[in-house]
Design a protein around this ligand. Structure first.
Ligand code: BG6
Length: 501
């Protein structure tokens, strides 16, 4: 698929945290790979900056995010020519005149990217329409979280749907753009050996964990209103769960894939009443040491309410009510200021029924398939092999697939401390892939309206119960793996989180 030219990308929230940390670096990398055809990028912001100032600011942000080998001044010069800054108060319809004057009314490929708080999505859409900026060929990207509950998400959807057809709406979840997530689909659906094992007969449980070592950084204003559940669980973790658990789609086509994901969300066992207390743990970080540096408690972070009850950690036990997954728990966990930055999906297979090898615990021999999304990407299958030498001693071994560096065994290169292979293939950033797909008109990795609504429908009772209850998030020390209750959640089932691998 190609991006039709000329294109116009209008980025609302154009100098916000997301734009500077993720979107511009991704766009620059597309430029570097010569994947952007002729077109313009308009960064829309509230403040009065000169375009030259903005270009400098964006360059600095982009070069801070990408490794030195990709910092190319010639490429930047080409990229900077596309970039224009436009000052608009998005709640003022008249302010959109400036945009009308800039945009080419005949542009065949116009993409509006809304990287602002979602309560502005309706205003932006209405103002685009009243300035005749939307055509049947326009597309709109909506960042997550869309709304703060089912009712607000429905309201936003309804307004946006008055001006854009569903086929023009791209609801983004950047975790779906990560290479290993796509590799997970290929591994599942392009290899016959896994399908026969991918069910309750062979899988004991699945863990999906996204841990971050960072705190709220400069995003306290946003985060304190949102919390870990809406920021990560309702979207990124649920989406990963869908990809792991869905039935094979009949085709690699947008609706075929999305139909299967919706079925998973609809099959999630509701968590309501007492189950909320038993199956969902929320925490908030206290002071501690993160990556060797003392850090303050969440409530002392700049911009956070000192009485805040916002959760910075969530762990939960989720069940899927269908034939494939009956009785297989999915343990999901995410949090800020945890021991490490890591994202893994761990498929834990059942123990062998009987061991013929003495001195071996059956549980130590159970196979694991680990999809690692962060900080490095790769897939590892843990198996058992015979120890070299006399006797029949068994030891664990790992088969690895590392997309970043296919020529090397991931585990061994880690432990030997060998230098990375300089000829390695660059793994595209998630936003790079998704921005390209949105500009090229491929919605496969974006959420459909029913998927989003089903996700809110499932999480709403949990959020409402927290809102109405006197209970508060459990404190945990920054730099650890979260509150003790999260360990207990698995311990009650005789299991452990997969840590320190
Ligand atoms: C974003 C969340 O969607 O994902 C952030 O809003 C979080 O709070 C980020 O830090 C994590 O993304 P990644 O790709 O760095 O794991």
């Amino acid at each position: 698929m190609q991006i039709e030219q000329p294109f116009e990308l209008v980025l609302f929230g154009g100098l916000g945290d997301l734009a500077l940390r993720k979107l511009f670096p991704a766009l620059y990398l597309l430029e570097l790979d010569k994947r952007l055809p002729f077109g313009c990028i308009y960064a829309v912001g509230r403040r009065g900056y000169k375009s030259e100032e903005v270009k400098e600011k964006v360059k600095q942000a982009v070069f801070e995010q990408i490794s030195p080998e990709y910092q190319d001044d010639d490429c930047w010069a080409v990229f900077a020519q596309r970039l224009k800054y436009i000052r608009i108060d998005v709640q003022d319809p008249k302010a959109f005149n400036v945009l009308s004057r800039e945009l080419d009314e005949d542009c065949p490929n116009r993409l509006f990217y809304l990287a602002t708080a979602s309560f502005l999505y309706a205003d932006i859409t209405i103002n685009l329409d009243s300035n005749q900026l939307i055509s049947p060929a326009s597309k709109i990207v909506l960042e997550k979280p869309i709304g703060h509950d089912l009712a607000s998400a429905k309201a936003i959807n309804k307004t946006v749907a008055e001006y854009f057809d569903e086929s023009q709406i791209y609801r983004i979840d950047h975790y779906l753009g990560k290479e290993t997530v796509q590799n997970l689909m290929v591994l599942r659906f392009a290899n016959s050996i896994f399908e026969s094992q991918w069910n309750q007969h062979y899988i004991d449980h699945i863990q999906i964990s996204i841990s971050e070592s960072l705190g709220v950084e400069q995003r306290a204003g946003f985060y304190d209103q949102v919390g870990a559940f809406r920021d990560m669980m309702q979207n990124h973790l649920l989406q990963l769960l869908c990809i792991v658990a869905m039935e094979p789609p009949s085709k690699m086509e947008p609706d075929a894939v999305r139909d299967e994901k919706v079925k998973v969300i609809k099959a999630l066992r509701p968590i309501e009443g007492k189950d909320i207390h038993d199956k969902v743990i929320r925490g908030q970080y206290g002071q501690g040491v993160s990556e060797g540096i003392p850090v303050p408690r969440y409530r002392d972070e700049a911009g956070v309410d000192d009485q805040s009850q916002t959760e910075t950690f969530v762990a939960m036990k989720v069940e899927i009510e269908n034939w494939r997954w009956a009785g297989v728990p999915f343990y999901l966990r995410t949090g800020k200021r945890l021991a490490e930055r890591e994202c893994e999906i761990v498929v834990q297979f059942k123990e062998i029924p009987h061991s013929i090898f003495s001195m071996q615990h059956k549980e130590a021999m159970a196979n694991k398939l680990i999809f690692r999304l962060q900080p490095d990407e790769g897939i590892r299958l843990q198996l058992c092999e015979k120890k070299l030498g006399s006797g029949m001693n068994v030891r664990p071994m790992t088969l690895s697939l590392n997309p970043d560096n296919p020529s090397q065994d991931y585990m061994r290169s880690q432990s030997s401390g060998r230098e990375p292979d300089t000829n390695r293939v660059r793994v595209p950033e998630a936003y790079e892939r998704l921005l390209f797909d949105a500009l090229a008109g491929n919605p496969t990795l974006f959420l459909r309206d029913d998927e989003l609504m089903e996700a809110w429908h499932w999480v709403d009772p949990i959020l409402a119960a927290w809102q109405d209850s006197d209970s508060t998030p459990e404190p945990y020390t920054a730099g650890t793996w979260g509150p003790a209750a999260s360990t207990l959640l698995l311990a009650k089932d005789g299991r452990l989180w997969n840590e320190n691998n």
